[in-house]
Write a protein that binds this ligand. Structure first.
Ligand code: GAR
Length: 221
């Protein structure tokens, strides 16, 4: 039997990324178990998804704690008690304290709906659509003390169109989030992630072709 990675998934909202991880495990594409789902939002639909799949879930409301450290300590305690090895932030809208980062050094992943370092923080898709970028996408990266700023593991690029709204761009990006997050976790499960300073190398990964993309397409060159 292959060794499975014990995951703790942190959520705040819909949990579609949680669902893609659940489905990837069920399809035998991801060598992992979700030991616990933790939400800071009691109304997160992600909690319904966890329940449906008999995954243990815990609500830890940040408003119940006086300091970020106290709240993070509680999350750490639950993760450790659940034997979690890798922490997966899936739409978890909180910045982690150094206390948390030090409890799981380079063992915390985050997904962000932009090609980092562009558009870190909240409302990334809205800001990208309003900015008029020609491409956007998503990034899975290690968490560090900054906002969406740690070493990048994998990115997907999608086109952005001049008639895009926040919703249309969000949907196009989300589809790719659901591919790259399970993939990044599987890279981890296979022991293929090598961190060299700010850079991540995936051992044994093919080099993609050197094919530029243009939006709009070139007509004369
Ligand atoms: C996703 O688009 C994720 O990339 C984003 O929140 C959404 C959660 O959706 N995260 C961030 O913006 C983090 N800065 P989900 O709850 O359906 O997975």
């Amino acid at each position: 039997m292959k060794k499975k990675v014990n995951l703790g998934v942190l959520v705040s909202g819909s949990g579609s990324n949680l669902q893609s991880i659940i489905d990837s495990i069920a399809r035998g594409l991801l060598d992992a178990d979700i030991n616990v789902v933790i939400s800071n939002n009691p109304d997160a639909y992600a909690l319904v998804r966890a329940k449906k799949h008999n995954i243990a879930s815990v609500i830890i409301k940040h408003t119940d704690f006086e300091t970020r450290e106290n709240c993070d300590q509680k999350i750490i305690d639950v993760l450790k008690a659940s034997s979690v090895e890798l922490v997966v932030m899936a739409g978890f809208m909180r910045i982690l304290s150094p206390l948390f980062l030090n409890a799981f050094p380079m063992k915390i992943l985050n997904i962000h709906p932009a090609i980092l370092p562009a558009f870190p923080g909240i409302n990334a898709q809205k800001r990208a659509a309003e900015y008029g970028v020609k491409f956007s996408g998503c990034s899975v990266h290690f968490a560090d003390e900054g906002v969406d700023s740690g070493p990048v593991i994998i990115q997907a690029v999608v086109p952005a169109y001049d008639d895009d709204t926040e919703d249309t761009l969000t949907a196009r990006i989300l589809k790719e989030e659901h591919r790259i997050y399970p993939q990044a976790i599987q890279f981890y499960a296979e022991g293929r992630i090598e961190i060299i300073g700010r850079k991540v190398r995936i051992k044994g990964s093919k080099r993609i072709p050197e094919t530029p993309l243009y939006n709009p397409p070139l007509t004369v060159f």
